[in-house]
Write a protein that binds this ligand. Structure first.
Ligand code: FAD
Ligand code: NAD
Length: 396
């Protein structure tokens, strides 16, 4: 190769943006051409999306301008939508052009998994991007406004969240915080508002520490959440949701948080996938093409027990760092390193003032969990953009 290698990074989520910022730090100007493609001109904090969805945080706060994170002398940023990946031709088709690459990093994130449940695609809302959460927040406010004109329609004030995994739990935590303010704003009797969290498994947060799950459920129930456990959502209609026991909950607002799959573009590119996720090799490359790396929710890495690690921002970021280090090694003819996740724990918010988590094997709950979550958020901002980004976006 007489010219310098071309690296293309698809997606500026946790994995992609970390790969880009690490490459810009490590590579010299003449070592590679690096291009980052993202459909928006901002990186967003997916881990905060439950808050603007409920209206407890501004959507503006979760967006970070990509050009404020990258050095345009080192990284070309292309704001465009990826339509197709062609690994055999080493090309990526965008909505407004084509890019060729020598090395590709796929970090296009996840999509909502509906498991073919009828009506979910058509009638349920989901927490996936700034645009989808803006829709949820505005829809909730619209429901309150509609109720004022049709006070017999209590289904306008019934909110159903399908799935009590971490996304579902964090979202209902914000919803119960927001409701008193909405009731006051629209002069609505708070006892008319119903928030259901429906879960197929016998417990919320299946697989998580049982004592913390109990704490979380008690905290949410005290603030008005009605759990429906062991009851899969069977169908969603314009009038509400049907549960496996035949019960029908009348509601004009169904938010589906029942699962995540990898981006469809990855399987359409011909890589072997399981629910849209690629089983990568220890260096995070696809088995079909060793010049294609996959990070974040599009990748599967197995834990020592042989089960996939859950798709998290924590892992996506670390994968972005490993891929950047490996690309630098390949370009310099050095040995690549295997990806070894360094898991620090899991923390979930239960609204503004409560939370649960396991941090370095220690259980935390209440304000301690809230504080740990804030520290985690600040740490991410620091890793991404140093003190200036912490000062601009950080909040305690
Ligand atoms: P993403 O962060 O989803 O980024 C994908 C990027 O690709 C986006 O910028 C998107 O715009 C872009 N993109 C997608 N398609 C295209 C296209 N066709 N063309 C161009 N660009 C495209 N994990 C944790 O570790 N801790 C948490 O506390 C936590 N909280 C969460 C809370 C919520 C409400 C949710 C929904 C998830 C949470 N997660 C958390 C999970 C975590 O957010 C994801 O695992 C993480 O975002 C995955 O990162 P990623 O880089 O793979 O993709
Ligand atoms: P998930 O797959 O973890 O949870 C989905 C939940 O929906 C499960 O409990 C599942 O049993 C339930 N479900 C599936 N089908 C159902 C049906 N038909 N009816 C009712 N319930 C059904 O998805 P998620 O919560 O969006 O999380 C996705 C990833 O993001 C996970 O890896 C999670 O760890 C991570 N995440 C982490 C945090 C955090 O660390 N604070 C927050 C949000 C998400």
């Amino acid at each position: 190769m007489s010219r310098i290698p071309r690296i293309v990074i698809l997606g500026a989520g946790y994995g992609g943006i970390m790969a880009a910022t690490r490459l810009q730090k490590e590579l010299n100007y003449n070592e590679a051409d690096v291009t980052l493609v993202n459909k928006h001109d901002y990186h967003y904090l997916t881990t905060h999306l439950h808050m603007p969805a409920a209206g407890t945080e501004s959507a503006k706060h979760v967006k970070i301008n990509i050009l404020s994170l990258i050095d345009e002398f080192k990284i070309d940023f292309v704001k465009s939508t990826v339509l197709q990946i062609k690994p055999n031709e080493q090309k990526v088709i965008l909505s407004d052009g084509t890019l060729s690459y020598d090395y590709l990093v796929i970090g296009l994130g996840g999509e909502t998994e509906t498991f073919g449940i009828p009506g979910l695609k058509e009638y349920a809302l989901n927490i996936r991007s700034v645009n989808t959460v803006n829709l949820i927040r505005e829809h909730i406010e619209y429901m309150f406004a509609r109720y004022k004109g049709e006070p017999h329609r209590t289904d306008y004030l019934t909110f159903v969240v399908g799935g009590a995994g971490f996304t579902g739990i964090e979202f209902v935590g914000e919803l119960v915080d927001r409701m008193p303010k909405l009731c006051k704003q629209f002069n609505v009797d708070p006892s008319l508002v119903k928030i259901y969290n429906v879960e197929a498994a016998p417990t919320a947060l299946p697989g998580f520490d049982p004592s913390l799950v109990e704490y979380a459920m008690e905290s949410l129930k005290r603030r008005g959440v009605i759990f429906k456990l062991g009851l899969p959502v069977k169908e969603c209609t314009p009038e509400g949701v049907l549960l496996a026991n035949g019960e029908f909950i009348k509601s004009q607002t169904v938010v589906w948080t029942g699962g995540v799959r990898g981006n469809r573009l990855v399987e359409e590119a011909g890589f072997e996938t399981s629910r849209g996720r690629v089983m990568v090799d220890p260096y995070l490359r696809t088995k079909e093409k060793d010049n294609v790396y996959v990070v974040g929710d599009c990748a599967i890495v197995l834990n020592p027990e042989g089960r996939p690690y859950p798709p998290t921002a924590q892992i996506a970021m670390q994968q972005g760092e490993t891929v950047a280090a490996n690309l630098v090694s390949v370009i310099r003819g050095e040995k690549q390193k295997e990806f070894v996740p360094n898991l620090k724990g899991t923390i979930a918010s239960l609204g503004r003032r409560d939370g649960i988590g396991i941090v370095f094997k220690y259980k935390v709950k209440g304000l301690a969990a809230v504080l740990m979550k804030k520290i985690t958020d600040l740490r991410y901002l620091y890793l991404l953009g140093g003190i200036p980004l912490v000062l601009r976006k950080g909040r305690l």
